[in-house]
Write a protein that binds this ligand. Structure first.
Ligand SMILES: [Zn+2]
Length: 555
């Protein structure tokens, strides 16, 4: 079974796909549930690694999750595409084989399984999960709804002499803002397609969304209540889906990298959401920037800070997001991928991802309409409909779910392809503990000196970040000797903590003499043991984020 690009995954097909892969690739892949959603659906987590070279928990891991937001189906397809590529590529592709021999992936293809089912059922865009919030009953006003039952929720326009919109002179499908000196002509008022609860016959107000939660504002970092951050929920981690994901992360201290799949904008996002880059430890910002450069090289998407380049409002910061918690509390480099930029696909460039949505010239809309025409979907020409409350209206405009929040199916595979390589690259940035040598020499009557040399062969330091050290979020390397009956340690500690090892991430230009080109990626531990000749002695070195390694020798 291969990943499908010509439809959105419903929950049932997603479950069947994962079960089939777990059965087919039993040496590489395991599926478990991390909890249940608001409506009681299991939230599956897929572990992918070569089980023959060690358990996932003993390897550095990359966590990838998708579709925490209900309409962002592309994320689930991207997560499945990554799984498909890793599973089918093992033993065929050298890089995939290497990464699965040495690292693990935890993939949660759909964090929020309820929201997408509802969107598939009625075509209505929803932000996130389905629990009514902050009110239990829908409020008065216009609620988005598929009023003509065609499976899409578009826009409604009606002729109105005081309307704010008029047809574009070159393409009457497109509505543009009416100017102050537009006094004559045909004007339109525009509402979302929907029905009005308790209408007074005159005023139309857009009702607040009934399912008002946003699971990606419900995290315990910079969390703020509803009045300051819409969708945040009553307290951090209040929602079952968020809580399940938080617990899954805490239960897996080997997570050394993190990537959330979203749509849209065609960008890679990194923390902070609410603070300037000046607040980073220098080494962490540098590593983030280098990862971002590689992301852009692979995918063509710019890599940007949410605070500096992705705020929805110039005076408001985003609160309670997952990657801020991952970086600022756990000290793990965490990324968001926002797949798909319709603007870039339409040939626009040099625009600001967020500001553009608020305000852009009509020529941009014409370019986007041209793209929709070429693709054969995305924009619906206005057609008459007799609205039960408003009378004659026209339905039409952008199909949010099919054009903006997801690439059209014909573009999906091509859009997702380079992102597999970025996930693999991120996995390979992790630290990786290895044994350089483990040797013994006789020092007299039944006594042996043992020397273990460990090294970090990964790119990042074993702590992953400076922030992890600051937050005390990571433990040092622990080394334990394993002595059989009759052998004993005469000098040294049977269990020893040896701190952290550096990686290569700080190395820049060979000419820069401010760098430490020492063997700070290496450490040794020595013991004197008393044992009879021929005794087998083992050693285990463990680090939460850099993996567990073993060695043995015979004295
Ligand atoms: Zn999203």
């Amino acid at each position: 079974m291969r990943v499908q690009f010509e439809r959105f995954y419903a929950y049932e097909e997603l479950e069947q796909t994962l079960a089939t892969w777990a059965g087919t690739f039993s040496a590489l892949c395991q599926v478990e549930s991390i909890g249940r959603s608001f409506e009681g659906r299991e939230i599956p987590l897929v572990t992918v690694t070569n089980l023959g070279s060690g358990a996932a928990s003993e390897k550095p891991a990359m966590l990838v999750h998708a579709q925490i937001h209900a309409a962002e189906f592309t994320g689930t397809t991207a997560a499945l595409n990554l799984l498909d590529w890793l599973l089918h590529g093992y033993g065929e592709d050298e890089r995939i084989t290497h990464v699965l021999d040495t690292r693990a992936f935890y993939v949660i293809p759909r964090v929020n399984p309820d929201g997408p089912e509802a969107v598939l059922a009625d075509g209505r865009w929803r932000r996130s999960s389905l629990r009514p919030y902050p009110r239990e009953e829908p409020e008065d006003g216009l609620h988005r709804e598929d009023v003509d039952g065609d499976g899409r929720v578009l826009m409604m326009r009606m002729r109105d002499r005081n309307g704010h919109w008029k047809a574009h002179p070159d393409d009457s499908r497109l509505l543009i803002a009416r100017r102050a000196d537009d006094v004559d002509g045909e004007f339109f008022r525009v509402f979302p397609e929907g029905a009005i609860k308790n209408w007074d016959g005159v005023n139309v107000k857009i009702a607040p969304v009934f399912e008002g939660l946003d699971l990606n504002r419900n995290w315990p970092a910079d969390w703020a209540p509803e009045g300051e951050q819409a969708g945040a929920g009553p307290y951090p981690g209040s929602e079952p889906e968020t809580r399940a994901l938080i617990q899954a992360i805490v239960d897996r201290p080997n997570i050394a990298g993190y990537l959330g799949y979203h749509t849209f904008s065609g960008v890679h996002l990194r923390p902070y959401s609410a603070r300037s880059d000046d607040d980073y430890p220098t080494a962490d910002l540098r590593a983030y920037q280098l990862m971002g450069e590689e992301a852009t090289r692979l995918t063509g998407y710019p890599a940007i800070s949410i605070f500096h380049d992705f705020k929805y409002h110039p005076k408001q910061v985003i609160r309670g997001g997952d990657i801020d918690w991952l970086y600022d509390f756990l000290g793990v480099f965490a990324w968001v991928t926002e797949f798909w930029s319709p603007q870039r696909a339409a040939g626009l460039s040099g625009y600001h991802a967020i500001d553009w949505i608020r305000d852009h010239p009509p020529e941009d809309d014409l370019a986007l309409l041209k793209l929709a025409d070429e693709l054969g979907e995305g924009y619906v020409d206005w057609y008459p409909f007799e609205h039960p409350q408003l009378g004659p209206v026209e339905l039409g405009g952008w199909d949010l779910v099919r054009f903006w929040f997801n690439p059209p199916f014909s573009r999906l595979e091509e859009e997702l392809r380079p992102h597999r390589d970025f996930a693999l690259f991120l996995a390979l940035t992790s630290p990786l503990l290895d044994v350089r040598s483990f040797e013994s020499s006789a020092v007299g009557d039944g006594a042996y000196r043992l020397r273990l040399v460990l090294e970090n062969t990964g790119w990042l330091p074993t702590s992953v970040t400076q922030k992890a050290i600051e937050r005390m979020a990571v433990r040092p390397i622990e080394v334990s000797l394993e002595l059989p009956e009759g052998a004993r340690v005469a000098s040294g500690k049977e269990r020893e903590e040896i701190g952290q090892l550096e990686g290569r991430a700080e190395e820049r230009s060979l000419l820069w003499w401010g760098l430490d080109h020492s063997t700070s990626d290496r450490a040794q531990v020595e013991w004197v043991v008393e044992a009879s000749a021929g005794t087998r002695i083992g050693v285990v070195a463990r680090h939460e984020r850099a993996g567990t390694v073993r060695a043995e020798l015979v004295v």
